[in-house]
Ligand binder design. Sequence first.
Ligand code: PMP
Length: 361
Amino acid sequence: MSLPKPRPDLAALEGYHSPQLDVDVRLNTNESPYAPPAAFVDAWLGALREVPLNRYPDRDARELRAGIAAALGQPAERVFSANGSNEVLQTLLLTYGGPGRRALVFEPTYALHAHIARITATEVVTAERAADFTISPTEAGVMIAAERPAVVMVCSPNNPTGTVESRATIEALLAAVIDHGPGLLVVDEAYGEFAEHSALELVADDVPLVVVRTYSKVWSLAALRLGFAVGPEAMIAEFEKTVLPYHLSAATQVAGCEALGFDGEMRERVGALVAERHRLAGALARLPGLTVYPSGANFVLVRVDGDGHALWERLVERGILVRDFSRWPRLDNCLRITVGTPEEDDALLAALRDALTKEAA
Ligand code: PMP
């Protein structure tokens, strides 16, 4: 008996690899180290009891979209919500990418951008970031003029480098997309709340810009899978054609609505995590043999002067899991460390001190 083969264009692809090891300190997936506020959990469970579970959820997630939009000072029609920002990105590429169209990505960046482009049969065009991991607007402009991508994907703050693009760069990219259009600029702001500025203010009904955000990080709701896009009303309306009906469960919709009532607590957490990021980055920079890259997110990328993978293994032996990028193109010997609680970060720093001295000995 022979089983069917998958689509031939999937042969070159790999799935998502990020080891889920059982360790004491998990600083590998950029989640919030804090559980959501207990009062939020109570409010969510209370609201969930009122949901008629025998009925499909609201297909248009109207209350949630209106709530998110109001919080951002945008009309509800400019907001689309889905199962994590990954599903937002998939919907976006199914709608505006696809066969015969190109997506431009700036490497090194979030691997899922190119991956989702490929699974939606969108051709991937790769541009390089500079040595400091910023995007050169001039080089990007040349690339956009030459390749005419249907979708330009920019991650800011960039995963895994932490780099925040300047407002001028985002505006220059948008201008290039408009000049050589029709194309779309997507700014993935999964970590946007941790940075000092956002592209959200540039969103308008006549501007080809979509900003993508998530509840997985700041909102401490990675388990519930909720992300959203903010873009021109006419483009958001098109998403309905490619997303599955009733894709967003009532449990997730209700959680998103209830979370909006805890905005103040979430902002406090952002402030605390940013302060902790500064402390962690400072302490890492004082360790021998590590280069620390500037970050506007809830993680820090370091380059190890030596064998990054060996250091990653030594951290795992000490019960600490960070993300190993040491063998990725352009990220030789790099490790990405999620900002944890002060106790978790102290445990990481102690393990690093120990591992680095043992290596030197
Ligand atoms: N975009 C970026 C840049 C990310 O780092 C992540 C999470 N790793 C996502 C999108 C997806 O997040 P989620 O699907 O949980 O919203």
